[in-house]
Design a protein around this ligand. Structure first.
Ligand SMILES: [Zn+2]
Length: 469
């Protein structure tokens, strides 16, 4: 087996530019970015050559928001191996996994158990969020110990979500921000106002509404705006880096942008479901399109796109959840009976390439910022992850920008083989994914579009990985 790989004739997407050059990979890292002539001198030596003629060579995407659910307990619906298979098949080489699990990751001991599961089962490289919960109130020592164990950031819910992950109230969030500000880590907030969510659902129930749109009407964008205003005020007060998860409100995005101009440390994430789906999809797909925040009407979607294109949005993540078809079908009779969350780790890159680059003309390097460099920066993984640069991990995606294809459930590699995007025609397809120099997915028909990585070959990325080694 050769230890040097040459990627020839591709168009490399570097920071802010695209260049025609060859890549030399050695020992899992990028060893050289070279002009064709130099690369050709390596011909005949002990190496593998990959021809990337006509292809873009992108850094592996980083999905900053996944729910693969390990240890899984009674939620054994995804897992690090299957979720990671879906990730690499979609060009995602690193995920930042959320703390929801059984139990939810709120202590260093639970965190270390999760790291052990990564070492046993992961396919994608994985960093981990730690959880901050309100009930029982979490001791500051647990937050400090999670950071010590290598957490990439912390996550809290402002609205009630799952029973295993109790929300924080405003006072608890203020306390957590003081602690997390001292650690210099990002604090991810699911920003929906709890009282408004509960009142909205009660209002729908009282009106006998269980139809799909009742979900969206129960938690309109105002629910996000109120919560984001609170989170930003606390961030301003404490200096904590607040990362707003899955923002789906144009006014909340404008507030975040304004706060940033005033010097508040805030980063903003949105998801493909708020960009390529809308309330029409919620009506059509019912429970299979139920997520929180809810899908928005087309005007709101257009305004969220403006924030993507003008740079307000730092990163796009999937918020991938592995619910079963049976789970989601329950929403057909009563939308509130379907659990909230959608699969998306495998469609993240191709759906965003199609929607942003092909349909809206976003330059490819700008998409790569949102899918690779910016998530790497926020979670302390840059520049070893999220960039094509000498010394970076050789995490790469060979991407055919011209191939048009149709999304089909049968080609999904995550455990729950359905997607709300099934049937859509996209332009731009992953043809090969390389993780630390190893081909982990071959997207050609000849190779059956196969995931080649073994469970356990994914690596745990402790905070600081980006500048170590
Ligand atoms: Zn989530």
């Amino acid at each position: 087996m050769s230890d040097t790989t040459l990627i020839r004739n591709g168009t490399l997407v570097l920071s802010g530019e695209m260049v025609r050059a060859d890549l030399v990979l050695r020992d899992g890292q990028i060893a050289g970015i070279v002009a064709g002539e130099v690369a050709m001198d390596l011909d005949g030596a002990n190496h593998e050559t990959i021809d990337a003629t006509g292809l873009l060579v992108l850094p592996g995407a980083i999905d900053a928001h996944t729910h693969f659910w390990e240890p899984a307990g009674d939620q054994d619906k995804e897992g690090f191996a299957a979720g990671g298979a879906g990730a690499v098949a979609g060009g995602v080489t690193t995920v930042v996994e959320m703390p929801q699990a059984s139990p939810t990751t709120v202590t260093a001991e639970q965190f270390r158990a999760k790291v052990a599961r990564i070492e046993a089962a992961a396919i994608a490289d994985m960093a981990l969020w730690g959880g901050v919960i309100g009930e029982p109130a979490q001791p500051e020592a647990d937050i400090l110990a999670l950071a010590e164990a290598g957490a990439a950031g912390f996550k809290s819910f402002m609205a009630s979500s799952s029973r295993s992950f109790p929300r924080v109230d405003t006072a608890q969030m203020l306390g957590a921000m003081r602690t997390i500000a001292g650690l210099g880590l990002p604090y991810g907030i699911h920003a929906e106002d709890d009282a408004l969510v509960l009142a909205g659902i009660a209002r729908m129930r009282a009106g006998g509404r269980t139809d799909p749109l009742a979900h969206a009407e129960s938690r309109p964008p105002l629910v996000e705006e109120v919560a984001v205003a609170t989170a930003l005020a606390l961030a301003d007060e404490t200096g904590c880096h607040v990362h707003l998860c899955h923002v789906a409100s144009a006014r909340a995005l404008a507030m975040a942008s304004g706060a940033r101009w005033r010097g508040v440390r805030v980063t903003v994430e949105t998801c493909p479901q708020y960009l390529v789906m809308d309330t029409g999809d919620l009506e059509r797909l019912a429970g299979f399109a139920r997520c929180a925040p809810a899908l928005r009407d087309p005007d709101e979607v257009a305004a969220i796109w403006d924030a993507v294109l003008d740079g307000t949005v730092d990163l796009i993540a999937s918020d991938h959840c592995g619910y079963t078809v049976e789970d989601k079908a329950a929403g057909g009779k009563d939308i509130f009976a379907a659990p909230m969350g959608l699969p998306g780790v495998q469609t993240l890159l191709p759906s965003m390439f199609d929607a942003a680059v092909v349909q809206r003309g976003l330059p490819v390097p700008r998409l790569v910022e949102m899918l690779c460099a910016n998530p790497a920066r926020v979670f302390g993984l840059y520049p070893r992850k999220g960039a094509i640069a000498v010394g970076s991990d050789a995490d790469l995606v060979l991407f055919d920008p011209a191939e048009t294809w149709t999304v089909r459930d049968e080609e999904l590699h995550h455990r729950q083989r359905w997607t709300p995007l099934a049937g859509r025609t996209l332009t731009g397809r992953v043809t090969r994914t390389i993780r630390r120099g190893e081909t982990v997915y071959d997207g050609t028909v000849a190779y059956d579009r196969r995931v080649l990585a073994a469970p356990g070959s994914g690596r745990f990325l402790a905070r600081g990985y980006g500048v170590s080694g």
